[in-house]
Write a protein that binds this ligand. Structure first.
Ligand code: AMP
Ligand code: MG
Length: 394
C-alpha cells in the first residue's frame, strides 16, 4: 500500500474496481419507484387493447354533414355496445369506450344536435376521426423498457399498461451508518463541556437515502476498540456497504481501521490528497464495501459525495453522476499539494466560495449549490478559470 495520499481519481478507480451490481429481486410495482430495472419489459398485449373513442360523442360511419341518425345504443368505458352500427345509425359513446362494430368515426358531442333517440351531425365525419386505434401506444410483444432503466412515474405506468404487477429490480443497497466519538451526543441532548451534537449520523443517513439506498443500521459508538469492533461486526452482518465517520486517523483513540481489519476487511486505500477529507479509508470484504470517512462534518459530506455516492450508484445500477462546470467568479487560493472541494454558490454560471471553508463549518454547506474542485497548485486560480462542479445530490 503506497504511503503517499492518492489523487481523487485514483481513489475513485480503486473503489470502482470493487463495485459489483447487487442482485435483482422480484419487486411489487408500488415498491419499485427509484429502483433500476434488471429485466426487459415486453407488452403482453396491444395498448389500447381495442379501438376506442377519444371524445364523448357518437360513434358513426364516416360521411357528410347534416345527416340525422337513429341512436341504437350506448358504449360506455368498460361496457361496450352489443350492436353493429349501420349507415343511418349512431351509438352514444364515452371517452375511452370501445368503438362498436360498423362505426369508424366519432362525432364529438359539441358538433351534433342531440335529440335523444336521434342525432344530427353538424360536420363531415372523416374515417378515423376521434378514434384511437388498438395498439397505437404499444403493440403486443413490443420492448417497452430495457434493463438498466431507472424507474420513475412514467416507467411504472407503462409497465402496468404492459401488463405487469411485479418487476425484477436491482435491490436497494443495504447500508449501515456509524458515528464514532466519545464526545458525541444525540440530537437535542444537553451538552457538557467538550461535547457536541452528532450531526454526521443524521447527515450521512440522509445522503444514503438520497442515493436511493436503505439504512439498515444507524448507530454510535465511543472511542473504545472492543465496542467499535462489536458494532462493526453487527453492521457487516447485515449490509452491502458500511459508512463510518470519525476515529479513522492515527491517534491513540482512533480504532476504526484496526477494528475493520480485525473483522477481515482488506484495506484498499488510506488517505487522499484532498481538502477537506484527507483521512479517508476504504476497504472491502468480498462484495462488501467499507468507508471510514473523517469526522469533521464537511469532510464527511465531501468524501461521501466523492467516494460513497459513486459506489452506491454503481452497485445499484445507476449511471455515474454528470460532472458540471462553471467559471470562477473570483480568484481562489490553491492548496500546494491537495485538490480542494470548495463549497460554492452559483450566480449566472459563475461560482463564488460560500465563505469560511474550514472542515467544521457546516453552515457553508447549507449556503452551497455545488462543490467546485480546485486543483492543487501554486498561488491562486484566477477569476474566469473553468472548474469542475460536483453535485450535492448523491
Ligand atoms: P475525528 O475524525 O474522530 O478525529 O473527528 C474530527 C472532528 O470531527 C472532531 O472535532 C469531532 O468532534 C468531529 N466529529 C466527529 N464525529 C462527528 C459527528 N458524528 N458529528 C459531528 N462532528 C463530529
Ligand atoms: Mg473521533
Amino acid at each position: 500500500m503506497a504511503n503517499e495520499p492518492l489523487d481523487i481519481a485514483q481513489a475513485q478507480a480503486l473503489i470502482a474496481e470493487r463495485c459489483s451490481l447487487l442482485a435483482a429481486e422480484t419487486t411489487a410495482i408500488d415498491q419499485a419507484l427509484g429502483l433500476v430495472l434488471a429485466e426487459q419489459v415486453v407488452a403482453s398485449g396491444d395498448v389500447p387493447s381495442r379501438a376506442n373513442s377519444a371524445m364523448d360523442g357518437f360513434a358513426v360511419q364516416a360521411g357528410e354533414a347534416g345527416r340525422t341518425l337513429a341512436v341504437i345504443g350506448e358504449s360506455r368505458a368498460g361496457t361496450p355496445a352489443e350492436v353493429v352500427v349501420g349507415a343511418g345509425e349512431a351509438v352514444r359513446i364515452s371517452t375511452g369506450a370501445t368503438i362498436p362494430d360498423g362505426a369508424d368515426s366519432v362525432a364529438p358531442i359539441e358538433l351534433v344536435e342531440d335529440q335523444g333517440a336521434k342525432v344530427t351531425l353538424l360536420e363531415e365525419q372523416t374515417t378515423g376521426r376521434n378514434v384511437r386505434m388498438a395498439g397505437e401506444d404499444l403493440r403486443a410483444g413490443d420492448a417497452v423498457l430495457a434493463p438498466g432503466r431507472e424507474l420513475g412515474a412514467a416507467e411504472l405506468g407503462i409497465a402496468v399498461a404492459a401488463g405487469r404487477a411485479e418487476l425484477q429490480c436491482v435491490h436497494r443497497a443495504r447500508v449501515a451508518v456509524i458515528a464514532t466519538g466519545d464526545e458525541l451526543r444525540e440530537p437535542g441532548a444537553e451538552l457538557a463541556a467538550g461535547e457536541l451534537h452528532d450531526s454526521n449520523l443524521t447527515t450521512l443517513q440522509a445522503l444514503v437515502r438520497e442515493a436511493g439506498a436503505e439504512v439498515v443500521l444507524a448507530g454510535h459508538v465511543g472511542d473504545d476498540p472492543v465496542a467499535t469492533q462489536q458494532l462493526f461486526a453487527e453492521a457487516l452482518g447485515q449490509s452491502d456497504l458500511v459508512v463510518c465517520s470519525g476515529g479513522v486517523s492515527v491517534g491513540p483513540h482512533d480504532h476504526v481501521k484496526g477494528a475493520f481489519i480485525e473483522l477481515g476487511v482488506e484495506e484498499r486505500f488510506w488517505r487522499v490528497a484532498l481538502r477537506p477529507g484527507r483521512p479517508t479509508w476504504f476497504g472491502s470484504r468480498d462484495q462488501q464495501l467499507v468507508f471510514g470517512l473523517p469526522g469533521n462534518p464537511v469532510s464527511a459530506m465531501v468524501t461521501f459525495l466523492l467516494f460513497v455516492a459513486p459506489a452506491l450508484r454503481a452497485i445499484q445500477g445507476r449511471p455515474p453522476q454528470q460532472i458540471g462546470s462553471a467559471a470562477l467568479g473570483e480568484a481562489i487560493e490553491r492548496h500546494p499539494d491537495r485538490d480542494e472541494c470548495v463549497r460554492v454558490r452559483l450566480d449566472q454560471d459563475e461560482a463564488f466560495a460560500t465563505g469560511p471553508q474550514g472542515s467544521h463549518i457546516l453552515s457553508s454547506m447549507t449556503l452551497a449549490d455545488a462543490l467546485a474542485v480546485v486543483p492543487r497548485g501554486e498561488g491562486s486560480l484566477a477569476a474566469g478559470s473553468q472548474i469542475e462542479l460536483l453535485s450535492l445530490q448523491p
